[in-house]
Design a protein around this ligand. Sequence first.
Ligand SMILES: NC(=O)c1ccc[n+]([C@@H]2O[C@H](COP(=O)([O-])OP(=O)(O)OC[C@H]3O[C@@H](n4cnc5c(N)ncnc54)[C@H](OP(=O)(O)O)[C@@H]3O)[C@@H](O)[C@H]2O)c1
Length: 364
Amino acid sequence: MLARSARSLRKTLTGVRAFASGVPDVMTAAVIRETGPASNMKIEKDYPTPKLTAGGVIVKNKYSGINFIDTYHRSGLYKRELPFIGGQEGGGYIAAASDEAIAQGVKVGDRVSYSSVFQTYAQYTAVPASKVITVPESIPLDVAVSCGVQGMTAHYLTHSAHAGLVKPGEWMLIHGTGSGTCQWAAQMAKLRGYKVIGTCSKSKEDIARATGVDELIVYDEAPGTSYEDYTSVDLVPRVMEITKGEGVKAVIDGIGLATYETSIDVLARRGIFVSFGNASGAVPAFPPLRFINKSGYLTRPKLNDYTVTREELMERANDIFGWISSGELQVAVDRCFPLEQCVEGHNYLEAGKSRGKVLYEISD
Ligand SMILES: NC(=O)c1ccc[n+]([C@@H]2O[C@H](COP(=O)([O-])OP(=O)(O)OC[C@H]3O[C@@H](n4cnc5c(N)ncnc54)[C@H](OP(=O)(O)O)[C@@H]3O)[C@@H](O)[C@H]2O)c1
């Protein structure tokens, strides 16, 4: 019995063996011990470093992306066990690798990015090897990290979530094309051959136009804010005018509360409402009868269900990195806050100011 335990312990240790040297026991991280406003997130300099486990790697992060979902975890809207380190995407260099990861082809020193992994606002993150993406030399690391959550989301929204209900040459409406996810979704939709109507607030018009959308609807900004006043344009007649009374075959909407009503009203017959987020607040419950006018469809997708296997993850990553390398996709890094300014980073995103990706840079 004892001999068997010793054998299995030896096996486990072999799987995680000494590539971990050089990884310190404690690290700097942005930690949430109590949910609430951004100011509840505090820098701690002696947080325990994650341990290398079988099948995983430890990444020494250079960048960590900031996403709206991080603010929901921090505020308590989405529940997490406390305390926790914020974030769920990052990139840097592999500092330690298990045998299984090495067998997969990664090694210490590789330049990598990853997403859908918690605890990334930190110097080190434990990442399953199946989530590790080697970054091609031609792509800067900050750009690669920017593609983790928002780029992958833009990909599945424009390629998969609409279930093929929109075809090349047909109209799609994409809200928020001057911000992060939908700035890339608009470009990808054009690469797919869809006709695209974008929306954005006035201060982001230049960015939204640069995506190549066919039509852009520009809202005024709500007084005292940097996000759009959705009453400043009557969206439904405008979309009907553009589409010659047909409406759009798909709407991609991450704004949520402020836009869901019009998103449903601008659908074409048998069009699909892809409601992927709630930057302005959660979409309330509504009856299925709401869709009877045009026999519309509704989906409420999330990234994890569209990067289920390693193959699916890599297909999307290869497309994105390929387009960036060929110059067909522009991924703009808007702001890069030092991790020490973790509070400012969240406040910036939540104020609706993003004009592209918002990152933390993590120093040694
Ligand atoms: N389901 C998924 O797989 C998935 C993946 C990524 C994100 N999301 C969700 O989608 C939503 C948007 O994320 P994102 O990555 O697109 O964010 P983003 O790039 O930062 O865009 C959000 C934009 O929404 C607009 N906005 C309108 N009202 C707002 C308000 N009250 N507060 C803040 N922003 C407001 C702003 O653009 P304007 O200035 O143009 O108004 C803002 O820049 C979030 O709820 C996020 O959690 C879901």
